[in-house]
Write a protein of this length. Structure first.
Length: 264
C-alpha cells in the first residue's frame, strides 16, 4: 500500500510504502534498482542479511542506489514502513555524497544516530497507519526545516527523465537543462549516486515493470517497444541485467511486495 507524504515533502519523498507478511523461517527476496533510495522502518522482528553476511535485526535500514539487485535473506515477520525518497533526497537531508551509498544497505543509525531508534519506537507504538504517516511527516519536516533549497537543476533533471519514462538520450537531457556533460555527471554522482545514463536506463526499466504489472496475458514484445527498447531481445537483456530474471519470469510473479521487491 502506497501513502502520500505531507504536501511540503513531495520534493523529497515519493511515497510511503507499507509492506507486511506472515512470519517465515527463511525466505529470499530480491531488491532491484528503481532509481530511488529509502529508509526501511522495521516495526516487528524481521532479521535481514545480504548474501555472505550474518543476519541482523535493526530498527531501520537505509539503502542507496542499487547497482543491479540485492538478494536478501529474511526471517521473522515483515512489518515495514518504507519512506521511498526522491533520488537526490538522502544527500540533501544528511549531506553524505550519494556515491558513498551506492549499492549499500546499512543500519540507518550509522548516519542518523539515535534519533532513528526514537522515531521507530514511536511508529511501532502507533495503532493506525495514518498515525504512522503523521509521525513520519513530522520527522521529515523537522529534518528539512534546517536545510537549504535543493539544487533546482537536479530536481529538473529527475522530473524530466520521469516525465519521459526514461525514453530519451543524454544529449536530449543536456539540451533541456542547458548544461554540459561533465557538470551533469558530477552533479548526478554527488546528489543521486549514479551516472545520468544509468539513471535513465533504470527509470526506463521500472516503467516497463509497471506496464507488466498492469497487463495479463499480453505479448511482452509490445511492452518492449512501448518502453523504448529496440526489440524484445534488447528488452530481455536489459531487464535481466538489472533484475537477474527475465521479463516473463517477472510477469509470472503473482504478488510482488513492491514494484522492485519480490520473493524468489
Amino acid at each position: 500500500m502506497q501513502l502520500r507524504p505531507h504536501p511540503h515533502l513531495t520534493d523529497l519523498i515519493r511515497h510511503y510504502l507499507v509492506l507486511d507478511g506472515a512470519p517465515t523461517a527463511a525466505s529470499v527476496h530480491r531488491l532491484f534498482a528503481d532509481g530511488n533510495t529509502g529508509l526501511v522502518f522495521n516495526l516487528d522482528n524481521a532479521a535481514l542479511r545480504a548474501t555472505g553476511d550474518t543476519p541482523a535485526q535493526h530498527t531501520c535500514w537505509v539503502y542507496g542506489q542499487v547497482k543491479t539487485y540485492h538478494d536478501l535473506s529474511l526471517t521473522g515477520s515483515i512489518n515495514w514502513l518504507v519512506a521511498v525518497l526522491q533520488p537526490y533526497a538522502a544527500y540533501h537531508l544528511w549531506g553524505v555524497p550519494a556515491i558513498e551509498w551506492f549499492n549499500c544497505l546499512f543500519p540507518a543509525a550509522e548516519v542518523l544516530g539515535r534519533q532513528v531508534d526514537a522515531i521507530t519506537n514511536e511508529l511501532a507504538k502507533a495503532q493506525h497507519v495514518h498515525d504512522r504517516v503523521r509521525l513520519l511527516d513530522n520527522f521529515f519536516l523537522r529534518e528539512i526545516d534546517k536545510k537549504a533549497n535543493i539544487d533546482p537543476l537536479i530536481v529538473q533533471a529527475v522530473q524530466y527523465v520521469n516525465s519521459q519514462d526514461g525514453i530519451l538520450s543524454i544529449d536530449t537531457l543536456l539540451k533541456t537543462l542547458a548544461m554540459n556533460e561533465r557538470t551533469l555527471e558530477r552533479k548526478f554522482k554527488l546528489h543521486i549516486g549514479i551516472s545520468p545514463k544509468r539513471f535513465v536506463d533504470v527509470i526506463r526499466l521500472t516503467r516497463s515493470a509497471k506496464r507488466m504489472q498492469r497487463v495479463q496475458g499480453r505479448q511482452l514484445t509490445g511492452i518492449a517497444y512501448e518502453s523504448g527498447y529496440f526489440d524484445q531481445a534488447h528488452f530481455i537483456k536489459e531487464f535481466k541485467k538489472y533484475t537477474g530474471i527475465t521479463p516473463h519470469q517477472y510477469h509470472a510473479q503473482a504478488h510482488p511486495l513492491a514494484l522492485n521487491f519480490l520473493q524468489l
